[in-house]
Design a protein around this ligand. Structure first.
Ligand code: PMV
Length: 315
């Protein structure tokens, strides 16, 4: 029986979240230790069955609602492949990426479904990074309203990127890192719905453009400078820029006491810099650490209540 597997990683936004929605540059990187993995098998009953046992899901695509993201991913592949009907299939999703934690779990799940299904159907074009990126973006729009496009880009290309939302085409540039960058990703354990935070920021920006517009521009300038520092391997500067970015995000009202606490603890334990990552108001924070400091910062984060810590290296 035919069987195809594909996966997509988690991601962190290093600099520029939220501002990226408004056309400013941002930098993001994959977190490869956590992944969404999809296996597609030929089925023995007509129809396409979607199984995600981690989240207790077992649905037939034909019965799924229009706003069901994974079913939408399947329908999009079918449409783009120009297939009137799909053969009997079972699509099985497993993910180790925490849901609603700012690590891009939704984008990774959709990307893995799209890639595995396209490969299974032998649609070579549709399983390319560029096609997976584009289709994942369309799925992200179902729940996120106005996603910038950075999440689907990082999980589809699986490498650090400098990203600017643009019409008609986003600017996507892979980054070459001058020196290995060690990151610790600390989870507050608090879940946060990206679309709710993004739409609240939009409302505040509309109410107080004179306060929010300069904040977005400042985050864009930070991301721009961070790109140069990353390429030059200037870790000290990268740390300072993380701290500055976190301050701007606090002013945008997207941090919270749990994130602020983990960020402060990481810095006190010797991190070169730290910030929340992703939509905020819960979810994850990141700390930039030199390799000798990793253990100390990890212990400090755990003592301060982080529920999970991932170590990631950009190289
Ligand atoms: O919380 P996440 O991982 O979905 O990241 C959202 C990043 C934002 O910049 C806040 C939104 C976006 O679409 O870029």
């Amino acid at each position: 029986m035919g069987r195809t597997t594909a996966s997509a990683p988690g991601k962190v936004i290093l600099y520029g979240e939220h501002a990226v929605v408004y056309g400013y540059p941002a930098i993001a990187a994959p977190v490869t230790q956590v992944r969404a993995t999809v296996t597609v098998c030929d089925g023995d009953t007509p129809g396409v069955r979607l199984l995600a046992p981690d989240v207790g899901r077992d649905v037939w695509v034909a019965d799924a609602r229009e706003d069901d993201a994974l079913a939408a991913a399947v329908r999009l592949v079918q449409q783009r492949a120009g297939l009137e009907e799909l053969p009997p299939l079972v699509i099985h999703l497993e993910s180790t990426i925490p849901i609603a934690g700012g690590l891009g779990s939704g984008a990774a799940s959709a990307a893995a479904v799209i890639r595995a299904l396209a490969m299974h159907l032998q649609q070579v074009e549709l399983s390319s990074d560029a096609a997976v990126c584009d289709l994942t973006y369309l799925v992200e729009r179902i729940h996120h309203g106005t996603p910038s496009g950075i999440d689907n880009t990082v999980v589809a290309y699986e490498r650090p990127v400098y990203f600017v939302r643009r019409h008609p085409e986003n600017r996507i540039e892979p980054l070459v890192v001058g020196r290995p960058v060690h990151l610790l990703v600390g989870d507050t354990g608090l879940r946060s719905a990206t679309h709710a935070v993004v739409s609240d920021v939009r409302r505040r920006w509309q109410e107080e453009p004179e306060r929010f517009a300069p904040l977005f521009a400042a985050c864009g300038a930070i991301a721009e400078e961070a790109r140069t520092a990353l390429e030059a391997g200037d870790l000290a500067r990268l740390g300072t820029l993380m701290d500055e970015n976190h301050r701007r995000l606090q002013e945008m009202t997207v941090s919270d006491p749990a994130l602020d606490r983990l960020v402060a603890v990481a810095r006190d334990a010797g991190a070169l810099g730290a910030k929340l990552s992703g939509a905020g108001r819960g979810g994850n924070m990141i700390a930039l650490v030199e390799s000798e400091q990793i253990e100390e910062v990890r212990q400090a984060l755990l003592s301060a209540g982080a529920v999970q810590i991932l170590a990631s290296v950009l190289a």
